[in-house]
Write a protein that binds this ligand. Structure first.
Ligand code: NAD
Length: 498
């Protein structure tokens, strides 16, 4: 690292703490390909320091009143809103997504902080008077302690907000390990949380790689781990975390299908496929990557999509006219490109070739449309995570649903139709966690919960919303009576309520 190079460090106990492990990694500007910063990689001791700070802060934060915790969330809501452009520009600089998309990410993250502002209501328990004569029973929810979040590169602001908003509001303290590819947004949010009045130690950021993740999974003082990332790592996190007795929710990868029935409005379906396939360069876990086109309308639909693609403006995310930015790294861009290189030999047709006329600087690939993609080939079977939309032609509804349900992933899915009965049957039939009816990217609002099925989620609770509150709290039931001591007797029988 040169003396002038920007360095991104840890946030421990309410302040920036430069790493001392001697290890670090590059952070690129994906639009230029230049190395823009070095991020420190934590040692075991540095992770332990963050966890110790969070552990020390827990009793005080947990004892802080619900109103006060909500007040901190309200202030954080105002600060994120007031600084949304600043956060968005950090996202564009390190992730590459265009500014409008980055602002959308911040806005969707913000909804989770707004949800968490309602924590006094969300943590209400139940009360049963006179469950037995003179006996009352009530349930309460209490925070877990120190909880950790491990997040992916594609939503460096929103996914941490999915986690820390509810976790902190419920009275837990938090250790975040963001993606090492775009770590700055987390540091910025740590500063905002401090400005919002969150006490030191309640929120810590540990930069790093597998070494830091493994220490989180093994650390005896961490009660729960939330993870979002690729399926192999999600499975690993779930298995190692739960083996160590932790509560784990681990969200994995996706292969989202969009089924277009013959009665659909094809212009609307084409607009939706282009928006959901190429938005954020396809680097969204809810991106549409497979278009299932009923064969009677497939030619027309493919033509409509192909005619829309050339007008998509591809370029650096900080130029306001651009609609699609670069991919995250050179290696990832080359991997995505490899799927296009191999498509023809697997029998697909490259209808629009995003390898042509690509900007020479940066990690760009333009929107690509593959037709006649066959299940059993890499372009269909793998999560590509780039601007490649694969069209699979199907006979009709049954054929489409059969493919969706036999896929290993079950994150998001969409149907485009004007037939309400078909749409209702679809929502009933598909083995997928999040379903869109004429909505191509059905990310649930913050007062529902987000999560896929099958290899898209390991664990029992979905993320954020009501399930997030459940994940970050545990239930306790109190049975209470206040009898006249003069009536007290010994009774060895099992307690009866009737
Ligand atoms: P990733 O799995 O490579 O990394 C996620 C996190 O795990 C990062 O913090 C990373 O440092 C850490 N990590 C990576 N390799 C590790 C290892 N061997 N051991 C321990 N930790 C490791 O994912 P990514 O490339 O950052 O993100 C893209 C993936 O995330 C895609 O598969 C996408 O579908 C998925 N994703 C899923 C959702 C969802 O809600 N289901 C949301 C966003 C992204």
């Amino acid at each position: 690292m040169t003396a002038t190079e920007h360095r991104i460090s840890h946030w421990i106990d309410g302040t920036v703490v430069p790493g001392n492990s001697g290890r670090g990694g590059p952070v690129f500007n994906p639009a230029t390909g230049e190395r823009a910063a070095t991020v420190d990689f934590a040692s075991v001791d540095e992770v332990d320091a963050a966890v110790a700070s969070a552990r020390a802060a827990f009793p005080g934060w947990r004892a802080t009143s619900l109103s006060r915790r909500a007040e901190v969330m309200f202030r954080m809501r105002e600060l994120v809103d007031a600084n949304c452009k600043e956060i968005a520009s950090l996202l564009t600089a390190e992730h590459g997504k265009v500014l409008s998309d980055a602002l959308g990410e911040v806005a969707r993250g913000l909804e989770n902080i707004e949800f968490a502002c309602g924590v006094p209501n969300l943590m209400k328990g139940g009360y049963s008077e006179q469950a037995a004569t003179g006996v009352d029973v009530y349930s309460i929810r209490q925070p877990l302690g120190v909880v950790a979040g491990i997040t992916p590169f594609n939503f460096p602001a929103m996914v941490p907000m999915w986690m820390f908003a509810n976790a902190l509001a419920c009275g837990n303290t938090f250790v975040l390990k963001p993606s090492e590819k775009d770590p700055s947004a987390s540091m910025y949010m740590a500063e905002l949380l401090a400005s919002a009045g969150l006490p030191p130690g309640c929120f810590n950021v540990i930069q790093g790689d597998k070494l830091a993740v493994d220490r989180i999974l093994d650390h005896p003082d961490i009660e729960a781990v939330s993870f979002v990332g690729s399926t192999p790592i999600a499975k690993y996190i779930y298995e190692r975390g739960t083996a160590n007795g932790k509560r784990v929710q681990a969200l994995g990868g996706a292969k989202n299908h969009m089924l277009v029935l013959p009665d659909a409005d094809l212009n609307m379906a084409a607009d939706a496929a282009v928006s959901a396939g190429y938005g954020s360069a396809g680097e969204r876990c809810m991106a549409v990557s497979v278009l299932l086109a009923a064969e009677t309308i497939a030619d027309e639909l493919v033509a409509k999509i192909a005619e829309r693609i050339p007008s998509i403006k591809v370029g650096p995310g900080n130029e306001p006219d651009n609609e699609m930015g670069p991919l995250i790294t050179r290696e990832h861009r080359d991997k995505v490109r490899g799927y296009v290189d191999g498509a023809a030999e697997h029998g697909a047709t490259v209808v629009v070739d995003g390898r042509d006329d690509v900007p020479t600087e940066g990690f760009f690939l333009k929107p690509t449309l593959l037709d006649d993609v066959k299940p059993g080939t890499p372009a269909y079977d793998d999560e590509i995570f780039g601007p490649v939309l694969s069209v699979v032609r199907v006979h009709g509804y049954d054929d489409g649903v059969q493919l969706i349900n036999s896929n290993q992933y079950g994150n998001g899915v969409a149907i485009f139709t004007r037939d309400g009965g078909a749409a209702r049957q679809f929502q009933f039939d598909v083995n997928v966690g999040m379903v869109g009816v004429n909505v191509p990217v059905p990310v649930p609002v913050s007062y529902y919960s987000f999560g896929g099925w099958k290899s898209s989620l390991f664990g029992d609770t979905h993320m954020y919303g009501p399930e997030g509150i459940n994940f970050y709290t545990r239930g306790k039931v109190v049975t209470s009576r206040w009898p006249d001591p003069g009536t007290s007797t010994i009774d060895l029988g099992f307690p009866q309520n009737r």
